[in-house]
Design a protein around this ligand. Structure first.
Ligand code: SF4
Length: 408
């Protein structure tokens, strides 16, 4: 082994240890909360094995297909007997393994994903098929960043004009392409009956998440627990995960927490375990997050799928529409739905302001935050933009700004 390789091996082993420590201390923090209950242990267990393809494959008993973002319908994977693993990470230490190879101002989530992948490389078996929706510029570069096999990567081309008929038609074609890709790589054929059954299985999960969202809107569930549940989505087979979610609903019904202080809406870039710093700081500033539009939290939930007809085409079209039309990611050019969704929550619930989270380097949410700020402030709604990274150094500064915001 030459000196360079030795250095890399030493760094990898140090980072592996730091990653472990970061996850363990985040878990301990959650377990030490006054509102901790054993009902949360299942979800924390799942969060402790992020991006672990081999572990997940063994747990679910299905081949795992990696994907980014939320646009590829989960029901399709399920009906084909494969399990989707979302590549996402909130780990600061993992990002150190990849930081030197990319621009300084790059999405920290992507840095962490690539770092986690490098950590796992040595222990993972054959490369998995990957589905990459072409959302933001960083995601589009993902295959190059990871030197992934192009033959195993399917770029789901996302029409950035969503409301146009041409865009919707193009997206439906992409859903058909995705089916063909998975069929050829996984050696299975997607059947109508299996798809109809998977739509029903996921419908139960969506309904349960919908109830959990309502509990949170009512201030009966702290944001960090909601996020722990949402972040763990698809880190286990969907059926037992939904059962555990039902237990959570029973627990929240029996032991609701009391919303403290001002209710706020949390918008913006994704938040992922173990980096729950912003929701924790919001809570410490005396505010309660009653809703969010994060792609790692409420936005995982695309709502009910309503096929007009039960044919294969009808089901696929309904899925494509749901995952495309309902998505309010700011990578879309026509995105009035995002502001309307936020305003809708503000009108129906006691939400008194919007905290907008921007990860440094996350251009889509950065750009959109200025438009949102103008629109919300002109409607008299307090707005606070927090730009941060996967670091703790700015905690004090963010806490001060949040405390001032809580007073408005
Ligand atoms: S939208 Fe933002 S957070 Fe999501 S992958 Fe792109 S840059 Fe990262």
């Amino acid at each position: 082994m030459d000196d360079n390789n030795k250095r890399r091996a030493r760094l990898r082993s140090r980072v592996r240890q730091e990653v472990q420590t970061e996850y363990e201390s985040a878990r301990r923090l959650m377990e030490a909360r006054d509102d901790y209950d054993p009902v949360w242990a299942y979800f924390l267990d799942l969060l402790m094995r992020p991006m672990d393809r081999n572990g997940l494959q063994a747990a679910v008993g299905r081949p795992v297909v990696e994907h980014l973002c939320n646009q590829a319908p989960y029901e399709l994977f399920h009906a084909m007997g494969v399990h989707p693993l979302r590549m996402a990470s909130g780990c600061f230490a993992a990002g150190r393994l990849s930081a030197g190879d990319f621009p300084v101002l790059m999405c920290p989530m992507l840095k962490a994903i690539v770092g986690m992948q490098r950590l796992r490389e040595s222990s993972q078996t054959a490369p998995s098929a990957r589905v990459v929706p072409t959302t933001c510029d960083w995601v589009v570069q993902y295959q190059q960043m990871t030197d992934a096999d192009p033959e195993q990567t399917f770029f789901m081309e996302l029409p950035h004009l969503r409301e146009s008929e041409r865009g919707q038609q193009r997206w439906l074609e992409q859903a058909y392409e995705l089916v063909r890709f998975l069929e050829s790589r996984m050696g299975v054929k997607l059947k109508r009956k299996a798809l109809a059954s998977s739509v029903q299985i996921f419908m139960r999960a969506w309904q349960a998440i919908g109830r959990l969202i309502e509990q949170r809107r009512a201030g009966r569930l702290p944001a960090v627990w909601f996020m722990a549940v949402a972040n763990s989505f698809m880190l286990d087979p969907i059926e037992p995960w939904t059962e555990q979610l039902q237990r959570v609903l029973g627990h929240v019904d029996a032991h609701p927490s009391q919303a403290a202080g001002k209710g706020v809406f949390l918008a913006g870039s994704p938040i992922l375990f173990p980096n729950f710093k912003l929701p924790l700081l919001i809570e410490a500033a005396g505010m309660t997050v009653l809703g969010d539009d994060l792609c790692t939290s409420e936005r995982i939930w695309p709502g009910a799928v309503c096929p007009e007809e039960n044919s294969f085409h009808g089901l696929l079209r309904a899925l494509a529409e749901r995952y495309h039309m309902a998505c309010i990611c700011p990578t879309f050019a026509d995105n009035e739905r995002r502001i309307n969704t936020i305003l809708g929550v503000l009108q129906r619930y006691p939400v008194r302001g919007v905290v907008h989270h921007v990860l440094k380097g996350c251009h889509p949410f950065d750009i959109d935050s200025f438009r949102l700020e103008r629109q919300l402030k002109s409607a008299g709604i307090p707005f606070l933009r927090i730009e941060t990274d996967y670091v703790e150094e700015d905690n004090r500064n963010i806490a001060t700004r949040l405390e001032a915001f809580a007073e408005i």
